[in-house]
Design a protein around this ligand. Structure first.
Ligand SMILES: Nc1ncnc2c1ncn2[C@@H]1O[C@H](COP(=O)(O)OP(=O)(O)O)[C@@H](O)[C@H]1O
Ligand SMILES: [Mg+2]
Length: 511
């Protein structure tokens, strides 16, 4: 009456936590029990496993079948324990060889007919298995995803029968290949379709080049959403390690498509009705939120002040730390969340504040009330803040003459390459993520540039955060210009981009 064992994983954030599925078949009243802190989905595994075995023409022995998920103090969530439970039960029944199974970890959900369905978390599980020198048994559709883990034997099976035949040696499963990552040329909307708006386009380019946050304020129809939709095309491909990080998060969220890694920076644009849990992560099953799905990419918050206040305030910490921690009943879960925040808003509720013939009777009070929905610390985190004024209809009628996405993206790529060369593989991934020393060392600002920054910080009463963020933007502007040192000119442009600081920084420059 020995115990059959098979490795699997639970997930804490994107970390795979080893779980051992132990099965004991003992004399006693017939029963099939799962213990070890299972949630509802895991509890229901019993029924799916029983049905899948019946589909194979097997029935559970009329004994006491006890399944333990060890260690018992970690909460086990989701349906991916179906497959390891079924395999361990089959091993305990001596249908599958125990010694051979010991070399694998498994995850997958079972249908009642024994088919193995895709589950979340295959990529992190494969990395976890690889780290422990185990192979991985996973759903057929996700073999390619698992194969990304590198040195690892993957058994990607369509159903339980295929696995049984594999272990019997009657029909060996072919190892899956990782699908080639595809980096297609940008086929989305082109920047040249935006007519005029030169300063807004410049701000978009600077934001893209350094990964900075950008706030666009302007009346409806000014082109804010149009500009934001063109940002993804400006961003360079993810590096292999960034791609792996992003793919891990998307795998945990069950969003990885046909086993391909995410190679383009993600662009997430949640609707303003999104809850705090949807944005920040969490909820009944701790899933990554929009800010984590936007990791190494863009979070676009259109109609910014319309988001629920708690959801907005919850953004503050991740915007500084690059990660988010969700408190659960029995644990804290941390997900990466280093995203570039692009926000767009109307100046007031009706949208026409400052446009005398159209603004409502409550102006300018309505604008103040509307902007009050955003806290100072939140606005302070927007590195660039610009007013987007509508292009006159006569200009809209003209043919587009501006630069294409391709041309601007090439400049941005060059600026990013400069940043990467400067910070190295271990350093921050772009200027927006540069901290303390890394930032100070790389500033190499000339004397007048530093003087201007310090003077402006005092006159404009920049917060310490505002000062640092301005220097980062100045560094990016220098990178776009191919300048090793940050010059006065670069600092001046960065200051002009700071929220509502445009007029005042002009005064500083003049003075
Ligand atoms: N600068 C522009 N060049 C070309 N079309 C524009 C421009 N500004 C606005 N439009 C047109 O107006 C529409 C509305 O713009 P949109 O980006 O949705 O405005 P907003 O988000 O600021 O309310 C766009 O889809 C586009 O057709
Ligand atoms: Mg819009």
């Amino acid at each position: 009456m020995t115990i059959a064992r098979l490795a699997s994983f639970a997930f804490s954030g994107i970390e795979p936590v080893p779980v051992e599925v132990q099965v004991q078949i003992a004399p006693g009243l017939p029963a099939f029990l799962v213990v070890g802190l299972p949630d509802k989905a895991v509890g229901e595994s019993r029924e799916r496993v029983r049905a899948a075995l019946a589909g194979l023409g097997l029935s559970l022995p009329p004994k006491r079948v006890l399944v333990n998920l060890a260690p018992a103090d970690i909460a086990k969530e989701g349906s991916h324990f179906d497959l390891p439970i079924a395999l361990a039960v089959l091993a305990a029944m001596d249908v599958l060889p125990r010694e051979e199974l010991a070399g694998y970890a498994a995850l997958g959900e079972l249908s009642l007919d024994g088919a193995i369905n895709p589950v979340a978390g295959v990529l992190p599980a494969a990395l976890g298995a690889s780290a422990r020198d185990l192979g991985l048994i996973c759903p057929a559709a996700q073999g390619g995803e698992a194969a990304w883990a590198g040195r690892i034997e993957v058994l990607a099976a369509p159903d339980l029968l295929a696995l049984m035949n594999h272990f019997r040696g009657t029909q060996v499963l072919t190892p899956p290949e990782p699908p080639a990552p595809e980096s297609r040329p940008w086929s989305g909307p082109c920047l040249s379709e935006v007519k005029g708006q030169e300063s807004a386009k410049r701000a978009l380019e600077v934001a893209a080049a350094g990964g900075h946050n950008l706030l666009m304020v302007g009346p409806p129809g000014a082109g804010k959403s149009m500009l934001a939709a063109r940002l993804p095309g400006l961003l360079p491909d993810l590096t292999p390690s960034e791609a792996l990080e992003v793919s891990m998060i998307h795998s945990i969220a069950g969003l990885l498509r046909d086993g391909r890694l995410v190679v383009r920076p993600p662009f997430r644009d949640p609707h303003h009705s999104a809850s705090q849990a949807a944005l920040n992560g969490g909820g009944a099953r701790a899933r990554p939120g929009e800010i984590s799905l936007a990791h190494n990419g863009v979070l676009f918050l259109d109609e910014w002040p319309e988001f629920p206040r708690p959801a907005l305030e919850a953004l503050r910490q991740p915007m500084e730390t690059g990660r988010t921690t969700i408190s659960r009943a029995n644990a804290h879960v941390t997900y990466p969340a280093r995203f570039q925040c692009i926000a767009a808003m109307n100046p007031c509720r009706c949208g026409y504040l400052g446009d005398a013939p159209r603004e409502c009777g409550r102006a300018p009070r309505c604008g103040e009330d509307y902007q009050m929905r955003l806290s100072g610390p939140l606005i302070d985190r927007m590195d660039l803040a610009i007013e987007v004024t509508p292009v006159p209809p006569a200009d809209l009628a003209r043919a587009p003459t501006g630069e294409t996405t391709e041309i601007v993206a090439a400049r941005i790529r060059a600026a990013r390459d400069r940043q990467r060369a400067r910070y190295g593989a271990e350093g921050p991934r772009c200027n927006a993520a540069a901290e303390g020393l890394a930032l100070e060392r790389t500033l190499a600002a000339d004397g007048p540039a530093r003087a201007l920054a310090e003077q402006a910080a005092e006159r404009l009463r920049l917060s310490a955060r505002g000062y640092t963020r301005t220097l980062r933007v100045a560094r990016t502007i220098a990178d776009l210009a191919g300048s090793a040192a940050v010059q006065r000119l670069h600092v001046a442009e960065a200051l002009a981009f700071r929220h509502r600081g445009a007029a005042r920084s002009q005064a500083v420059l003049a003075g």
